[in-house]
Design a binder for this molecule. Structure first.
Ligand code: SAH
Ligand code: SF4
Length: 412
């Protein structure tokens, strides 16, 4: 059963909404600024040069270790400076429009971010997937996507805009608030804290959008997420997934240094052109050459190749053998993703038996090939099912989708 909370605690919801509304446009958020940019902002606000380094350190600790979003709570900073900071800056969280909890513990949030420039406020989705011994947060990088992969729900939504580094990090910070995952801080009112297990131990840039088409902001956000004096996520626990924006691949390795996942999905250019149309620009041979040259690649740091299982489209044993041939020499993991259906799609998920045979072929060639268990399908939180509030499902569409799942299409 799906529990749709709509933030059960109304007081907490109102407080968050008020906080979000109270963000004046002219107030700059300190979230997402590099240390150098934060220092510059503090100098502009009148903080004496000789204090700036220490102030940045203090703020960094409050924002990213303690998870504090209100300057008034930053107690080792003088009252006067706290007042100045609050007048000029903000660290407020975005508005949570909805929080849903699946019967398997997966959570999905719909966040609303304020308008930028002449645009309108935007809404995006973030998903939390608890697993044995770890918790993974699936973060969005764009509102919609410029690419149009034919099996992806996000791909049916035009790009509205890129998210800023602040908005990318806000997904992580707010998810941790709601999971009670800032151990040194009181859990915010209304947060629903899982009974056990690690909370956010890993992040994957696998939500809405193509992260390498928003490179600079994604880079800023991930470097802050990996900063050892702040959020401290190991770069080995951060994965960036790309549909194959070749020029961004080496830059990801050199400038960010996180783990790489490639949405491969087909082993022939003619089919990949249809499934992942960016293949027309960067065909398989170029994509795989960029993977072979990925900085830091080793058997201990493998590339994950994602492969969505589409019935009678890309799931034959010939495809499996070709996949093994193509990846020869690349330290790789292959992640088989059962296709997750969405209203209006013409694809179906491969039969379970076919997926297992496909996996066997790959395993016997020496590759780990876990089959990704679909999570949170009941709240439309599974891979490729995300879409914004602006285009959320009508009730009739939701019922049609539920009927599809009950009929077994796409059910692993
Ligand atoms: N734009 C990036 C990251 C977001 S998509 C990319 O394409 O890699 C995250 C993963 O989900 C990708 O591998 C994507 O191809 C896959 N995916 C998209 N739609 C899906 C669907 N309906 N079912 C299963 N996986 C899907
Ligand atoms: Fe965009 Fe990735 Fe979906 Fe393709 S699979 S449309 S790149 S979000």
């Amino acid at each position: 059963m799906t529990v749709s909370l709509d933030l059960a605690d109304h007081a907490a919801r109102d407080a968050l909404a008020m906080q979000a509304r109270a963000r004046h446009r002219e107030k700059q958020s300190l979230i997402g600024l590099s240390r150098a940019d934060m220092a510059e902002a503090l100098v502009a606000a009148g903080v004496p040069e000789r204090q700036v380094r220490m102030r940045v350190q203090q703020l960094w600790h409050w924002l990213y270790v303690r998870g504090v979003s209100d300057f008034a709570d930053m107690l080792n900073i003088s009252r006067d400076l706290r007042t100045t900071l609050a007048e000029r800056f903000t660290a407020a969280r975005p508005e949570i429009v909805e929080e849903q909890i699946s019967n398997d513990g997966t959570r999905k949030w719909l966040f609303r971010f304020p308008a930028r420039g002449a645009g309108r406020p935007v809404e995006i989705e973030t998903v939390y997937i608890p697993e044995e011994g770890r918790g993974t947060l699936c973060i969005s990088s764009q509102v919609g996507c410029t690419l149009t992969c034919s099996f992806c729900h996000t791909g049916t939504q035009k790009l509205v805009r890129n998210l800023t580094a602040e908005e990318i990090l806000a997904q992580l910070l707010t998810a941790r608030d709601r999971l009670g995952d800032f151990p040194d801080r009181d859990t915010p009112a209304g947060a629903i804290v899982p009974a056990e297990g690690r909370k956010v131990s890993n992040i994957v840039m696998m939500g809405m959008g193509e992260p390498l088409y928003n490179f600079e902001e994604v880079k800023k956000a991930l470097l802050i997420a990996a900063d050892g004096d702040g959020l401290s996520l190991s770069k080995r626990r951060i994965t960036l997934s790309t549909s194959g924006v070749v020029p961004g691949i080496s830059r990801t390795g050199e400038e960010i240094g996180v783990m790489l996942a490639i949405s491969l999905h087909a082993v022939r250019d003619d089919l990949r052109d249809l499934l992942v149309p960016i293949n027309k620009k960067y065909p398989l041979n170029e994509l795989l050459a960029a993977c072979r040259a990925y900085p830091g690649l080793s058997n201990a740091r493998r590339i994950t190749f994602e492969y969505v299982m589409l019935k009678d489209v890309n799931d034959s044993l010939t495809d499996a053998k070709e996949l093994v041939r193509l990846l020869k020499g690349i330290p790789a993991k292959i992640n088989l993703i059962p296709f997750n259906p969405w209203p209006g799609t013409n694809y179906q998920c491969s039969d379970w038996e076919t997926i297992e045979k496909f996996a066997d072929t790959i395993n016997s060639a020496g590759y780990a090939s876990p089959i990704r268990t679909p999570r949170g399908r009941d709240i439309l939180a599974a891979c490729g099912q995300l879409k914004s509030e602006s285009e959320r499902l009508k009730k009739t569409e939701r019922l049609a989708l539920e009927a599809m799942m009950i009929a077994g299409h796409g059910e692993a």
